[in-house]
Write a protein that binds this ligand. Structure first.
Ligand code: PMP
Length: 423
């Protein structure tokens, strides 16, 4: 049965984002950079401000009603994350600073206890540096090696090679759910099942997935799943690590201090259970509550409705950009999420990004913390437009007009030969 979704009322949604009506270089702002960080809607900003005005003190301390109130709000936010990921228990939700810290936690705690010399760490060719560097650090320390699942020219992983890459020495697979450069949505469920059949633990980088794809960690059977609040229209400084209970329980703490202990004596210290043993020190309280409010906001809009809107916009943008001569889209996997990376013939992405910026179109230009992806496609960088639920066709039209302007400027420059040296 086909269920018809009422479309998102984007004009109404946009009223929640004051920045979008704030002039930028004297022009309307077209924010096409949600993959770098989502904008926070007013209800999230106000929820955090309310906490700071009326509810703030430290959590998990003291008997005062105020401390209890702050703790309750903080733990309610954890429950919202649990429900959002469909995790079985709040004990499996660990607060971190973001995806990067969550993956470092796994590498430093689970990894240091389980990876030995000669072991193999398998990563995909489209990982963000956050899911590469922590593993390289661990591999260097332990004498382990890194193997890579390659991808094809569309940005699709070559999974026919997975079976051979999962050797008896493979201990862990680090894989992104959605690529921040290519938009590829990896078929995680099948990949995880294949890894598990060989006893391999799977760490998923969900940073780019959570704003676009409904996530069910039980259905995926992920061992670890990490994401950042700021990619989900929440604040910076807060993120999440979901972990399988049996794994989290056996992992040692990775940072020590207050808040994570049961008792401390000179002779011996005992630690809290999960998730407390991984949360040393005062946490980002307002930020956790803000992330809870962002989840409420997403749920109210409806993840399915958001996905339908973004897919329609991506199709429109792909067709429009595809009609520009000299423009090559990097990342053409079927069913990709709303990230559009491209290169313009003869013009460096940094120049594209700067001129677009002057036109009021905010995009990202660079290697996107995924240098191996740039190497794979033999390019120094890309310009990347990324679409969120508050974007509309006017944003795409502004992008297309601004790209044409870049080409005009560089066309004129190359006529008088001043574009030399632009690679
Ligand atoms: N993984 C991916 C796929 C990302 O896009 C990002 C953010 N660019 C990260 C990890 C790192 O997230 P954070 O900086 O919030 O830790």
């Amino acid at each position: 049965m086909t269920v018809l979704l009422t479309p998102l009322d984007v004009a109404k949604v946009r009223e929640d984002f004051p920045l979008l009506t704030h002039p930028f270089h004297g022009k309307p702002l077209h924010y096409l950079d949600s993959a770098v960080s989502g904008q926070m809607p007013i209800p999230v900003i106000e929820r955090m401000a309310h906490y700071q005005r009326f509810e703030h003190t430290n959590v998990h301390r003291g008997v005062s009603a105020l401390s209890q109130e702050a703790t309750d709000r903080f733990e309610e936010a954890r429950e919202k994350v649990r429900a959002f990921l469909h995790a079985p228990s709040v004990k499996q939700i660990v607060w971190t600073r973001g995806t990067t810290e969550a993956i470092n936690l796994v590498a430093q705690s689970w990894g240091r206890a389980n990876i030995q010399a000669g072991d193999e760490i398998l990563l995909s060719a489209m990982e963000h540096h956050a899911n590469i560097v922590p593993w390289q650090m661990l591999a260097n320390e332990k004498g382990a090696s890194i193997k890579v699942i390659p991808m094809d020219d569309r940005g699709v992983l070559e999974l026919d090679q997975l079976e051979a890459l999962l050797t008896p020495r493979t201990k862990v697979l680090g894989i992104t759910h959605v690529s921040n450069v290519l938009g590829t949505v990896n078929p995680l469920k099948a990949i995880i099942a294949q890894a598990h059949a060989k006893g391999v633990v799977v760490v998923v980088d969900g940073a780019q997935a959570v704003p676009h794809v409904p996530v069910d960690v039980v259905d995926l059977d992920a061992d670890f799943y990490a994401f950042s609040g700021h990619k989900l229209s929440g604040p910076t400084g807060i993120g999440v690590l979901y972990g399988r209970k049996e794994l989290l329980e056996t992992m040692p703490p990775w940072q020590g201090g207050g808040n994570m202990i049961l008792s401390v004596a000179w002779e011996k210290t005992s630690y809290m259970g999960i998730p407390g043993k991984f949360e040393a020190g005062t946490p980002a309280i307002a930020e956790a509550i803000g992330l809870g409010a962002a989840i409420d906001y997403f749920n109210a809009l409806g993840l399915d409705r958001i996905a339908a809107h973004e897919h329609a916009l991506l199709d429109y943008a792909t067709a429009e950009l595809g009609s520009i001569e000299g423009l090559r889209i990097i990342g053409t996997a079927p069913g990709k999420a709303s990230v559009l990376s491209f290169v313009l013939e003869g013009i460096h992405p940094h120049d594209v990004g700067s001129i677009l910026d002057h036109e009021g179109v905010v995009v990202r230009a660079g290697h996107h913390c995924a240098q191996p992806v740039m190497t794979r496609f033999n390019i120094p960088a890309t310009t990347r437009a990324s679409f969120a639920y508050f974007n509309d066709r006017a944003d795409v039209d502004a992008l297309v007009a601004a790209i044409r302007k870049v080409q005009e400027i560089f066309g004129a420059e190359s006529d008088d030969t001043s574009a030399e040296g632009q690679d």
